[in-house]
Design a protein around this ligand. Structure first.
Ligand code: KIV
Length: 291
C-alpha cells in the first residue's frame, strides 16, 4: 500500500490498525465492504485500510431482506472469494447471526473457519453480553473487531432498523458496552447508527479505534457498503450514505445498448469475430453448410 508520498508500507494488520487512534495523530481509517474477487480487487486498488466481508452480503448480494439468513458457510464462501484477490488491506470476516451466540466453543470454531478461509480477523455484533465470546476468540489468537449501536443482527429485538442511543440512558449503556468489549480484547469497534455526539463520546471512551457508519465525523474511521457507495444497490440508501457513482444506471444503459445492438445485427462485427481462411470458407460455405 502506498502513502501520499508514494512510499510502500506493509499491508495493515490488526496490530497496526490498533495503533491508528486519531488522538495519536493518525489519519482516519477507511473500511469498505466487498463480497467477491472483483469487488475486493477494486476496493484494494482504492487503497483502503480494511475490507469487511460483511454479513450485509445477505441484503446486498444474496437477495434477502436482512442479514439473518446468512450462514457461516455463506461467509466462508465469500471470505475465500475475497481472499483470492489478495487485497492489500486487512480482511475482516463477519461472523453471522447464530454463529457465536450458543457457546464460546461455537464462537471460536466459527471464527477459525473464517480465518482458514482467508480473513485476518473477525467481527461480531453486541456489547457486554458478548464479552465471553470475544475473550475466547482472542484467547485463540484471533483478533476481534466489535460492532455496537444499530446492530442489524438484532433487528427484531430493536423493533426495526432504528437509530440507537438517542436517550441519555441508552447512550450511557453504549459507552459501557464499548469499554467492556475493548477491555475484553477488541482491537477496533464499529459504531453504527447513533447520534454524532454518541459516536464521539464512545470514541473518547475507548483506547482502540472506532469505525463509524452513521455515527458522525468524530470516529477514528468510517465504513460504507460497496453497493451503496457505487450506486449499485436496488434498495433505498440510508441518510448516512454518500453515493459516489450510479453504476446501476450506467450498467442498465450499457446492457440496453448491447441488447439493442444484438437485435439490430450491429453486434458482432467482423472485428469482433475470428477470421476464416479462404480454404475454410470454400470448404464449408459462408452459411456454415458443409459442401
Ligand atoms: O455487514 C456489514 O456490512 C457491516 C457494516 C454495516 C459495518 O457490518
Amino acid at each position: 500500500m502506498a502513502d501520499r508520498a508514494g512510499a510502500v508500507s506493509p499491508r495493515p494488520n490488526a496490530r497496526t490498525i490498533r495503533t491508528r487512534k486519531r488522538s495519536a495523530g493518525a489519519e482516519p481509517l477507511v473500511m469498505l465492504t466487498a463480497y467477491d474477487q472483483p469487488s475486493a480487487s477494486i476496493v484494494s486498488a482504492a487503497g483502503v485500510d480494511l475490507l469487511l466481508v460483511g454479513d450485509s452480503v445477505g441484503d446486498n448480494v444474496l437477495g434477502f431482506d436482512d442479514t439473518l439468513h446468512v450462514t457461516i458457510e455463506d461467509m466462508e464462501h465469500h471470505v475465500a472469494a475475497v481472499a483470492r484477490a489478495k487485497p492489500d488491506c486487512l480482511i475482516v470476516g463477519d461472523l453471522p447471526w447464530m454463529s457465536y451466540h450458543v457457546s464460546v466453543e461455537q464462537a471460536v470454531t466459527n471464527a477459525a473457519r473464517l480465518i482458514r478461509a482467508g480473513a485476518g480477523c473477525v467481527k461480531l455484533e453486541g456489547g457486554r453480553k458478548r464479552v465471553p465470546a470475544i475473550e475466547a476468540i482472542v484467547n485463540a489468537e484471533i483478533p476481534v473487531m466489535g460492532h455496537i449501536g444499530l446492530t442489524p443482527q438484532s433487528v427484531h429485538a430493536m423493533g426495526g432498523m432504528r437509530v440507537q442511543g438517542r436517550e441519555v440512558d441508552a447512550a450511557t449503556a453504549l459507552i459501557a458496552d464499548a469499554t467492556a468489549i475493548a477491555a475484553a480484547g477488541c482491537f477496533a469497534i464499529v459504531i453504527e447508527g447513533v447520534p454524532d455526539a454518541v459516536g464521539s463520546a464512545v470514541t473518547k471512551a475507548v483506547d482502540v479505534p472506532t469505525i463509524g457508519i452513521g455515527a458522525g465525523p468524530g470516529c477514528d474511521g468510517q465504513v460504507l457498503v460497496f453497493h451503496d457507495v457505487l450506486g449499485l444497490g436496488t434498495k433505498r440508501v440510508a441518510k448516512f450514505v454518500r453515493q459516489y457513482a450510479n453504476l446501476a444506471e450506467d450498467a442498465t444503459k450499457a446492457l440496453t445498448a448491447f441488447a439493442s445492438d444484438v437485435r439490430s445485427g450491429a453486434f458482432p462485427t467482423e472485428a469482433e469475430s475470428y477470421e476464416s481462411s479462404e480454404e475454410l470458407r470454400q470448404a464449408i460455405g459462408s452459411d456454415g453448410t458443409a459442401r
